[in-house]
Write a protein that binds this ligand. Structure first.
Ligand SMILES: Cc1ncc(COP(=O)(O)O)c(C=O)c1O
Length: 409
């Protein structure tokens, strides 16, 4: 287990109360808390750098460019990519939309198929629905097994000559299952399809190597990995990025334009980074990556798995709790208090100082499969402790229809 002393790095974990209780933050799949070094990196930009990126010819501006491009290098190293394959966006949603817009709308044609599944996050499926509406392509959904996973044999059966794009999450944000992405990429490539991996729930939690995985695109957000909000990453194989269109045009991304309407864009990644970016967030992301690297991605993954197994063993002994994913591969537990609507249960957890998520978690197609209209989701990160899990289990044990509804009357 990671030593709990790292909690001192997080201001939110030092004395923050919720409803009079010590905060137990278990909503890490939504966003993570920030260590002081990330907060400092953001304020350092505003306090000591201040200038825009990629625009000025003075010393400060050069320092900003160095910090900004230094972050690109850190991201590239984190996932074993080349720097020119890293596009900064505002988050995973923006990256996924950029693929559907810049690649999908340009290259997919009527009748072409995009493979998705019922468990996908809205940000990984709605952009493709829009692409279908405009280009006449269609989404086909890979059937999930009873547990909610994609089986490789099923995936093989879904591949056919019309499949041009496979758009799947590496780790699902509701069930926490890790999909065998390297195998999926290899099979998809055999029929010439492109693979876009939504890695919003994997890059923050495990070691990712895009070369080993051999995905074509990979998207993730800074704020789910201790970084600031407002920055995300699109990794793309360089030849694909070069072929793609940006969805925004303007300052910073063009090399030349004239009054006849000729526009010459810069090469990737710059052609996608129009306008002033979230400079402080990009710089803060670098600090977050350094921090995670210091802890070690393998240690982070291992810690979350241990917390998960510890929590599941205890939860399965509670008769009032239904767990939907006892065999998740990471730190996500989706459950309900029996006979209580998820949002009402969440209010009870809130009253006890526990922050977790209730609802459909942006994966609205999945609920039918789970046989419920809403669930609770507890999601862990490396700063959570066994003591916090004990407190969580204690509150689960107390939760029932009376005390959940008593909060409202
Ligand atoms: C699997 C998955 N994909 C995409 C996203 C979208 O991320 P963001 O809101 O940071 O754009 C999320 C966020 O919850 C997610 O869990």
């Amino acid at each position: 287990m990671i030593n709990a002393s790292i909690r001192k790095d997080f201001p939110m974990l030092n004395g923050r109360k919720m409803q009079g209780h010590d905060l137990v933050y278990l909503d890490n799949a939504a966003t993570t808390l920030k260590p002081q070094c990330v907060i400092d990196a953001v304020t350092h930009y505003y306090t000591h750098l201040g200038a825009n990126a990629h625009r000025g010819d003075y010393e400060l501006s050069f320092e900003v460019d160095t910090a900004y491009e230094g972050s690109r290098k850190a991201v590239a190293q984190l996932i074993n990519a080349d720097e020119k394959e890293i596009v900064f966006t505002s988050g995973a949603s923006a990256s996924l939309n950029l693929i559907a817009y810049g690649y999908g709308r340009k290259f997919l044609k009527e009748g072409d198929v995009i493979l998705s599944c019922e468990a996908e996050h809205a940000s990984d499926v709605l952009p493709w629905m829009k692409c279908c509406e405009e280009n006449g392509c269609v989404i086909e959904y890979i059937p999930l097994n009873d547990e909610g996973r994609i089986e490789i044999e099923t995936f093989k059966k879904c591949l056919h000559e019309k499949v041009k794009m496979v758009a799947l999450a590496h780790v699902n944000n509701v069930l926490g299952y890790e999909q065998p992405m390297a195998e999926i990429c290899a099979l998809a490539h055999q029929i010439g399809a492109i693979v876009s991996v939504d890695a919003a729930q994997s890059v923050p939690h495990m070691k990712i190597d895009v070369k080993k995985m051999d995905c074509d695109f990979l998207s993730f957000s800074g704020h789910k990995m201790c970084g600031p909000t407002g920055v995300g990453v699109l990794y793309g194989k360089y030849n694909l990025l070069q072929q793609m269109d940006p969805f925004m045009l303007g300052g910073g991304s063009n090399a030349r334009f004239d009054m006849c309407g000729n526009i010459l864009l810069k090469d990737a990644p710059y052609k996608f980074e129009t306008g002033t970016p979230a400079i402080e967030a990009v710089i803060g992301l670098h600090a977050a990556i350094d921090y995670l690297n210091q802890i070690g991605m393998e240690n982070i993954h291992q810690h979350e798995k241990e917390l998960h197994d510890y929590a599941i063993e205890k939860l399965m002994q509670l008769e009032n709790v239904h767990v939907y994913n006892p065999h998740a591969d990471g730190g996500i537990i989706t459950f309900n208090i029996k006979d209580v609507f998820a949002q009402d249960s969440a209010s009870f957890f809130n009253s006890q100082g526990i922050a977790l998520r209730a609802g459909q978690h942006c994966a609205k197609l999945l609920n039918e499969k789970l046989g419920t209209s809403a669930t609770l989701r507890a999601s862990f990160y490396f700063y959570n402790t066994k003591e916090e899990i004990d407190r969580f289990i204690e509150v689960c044990a107390q939760a029932n229809i009376e005390n959940c509804l008593n909060l409202f009357f």
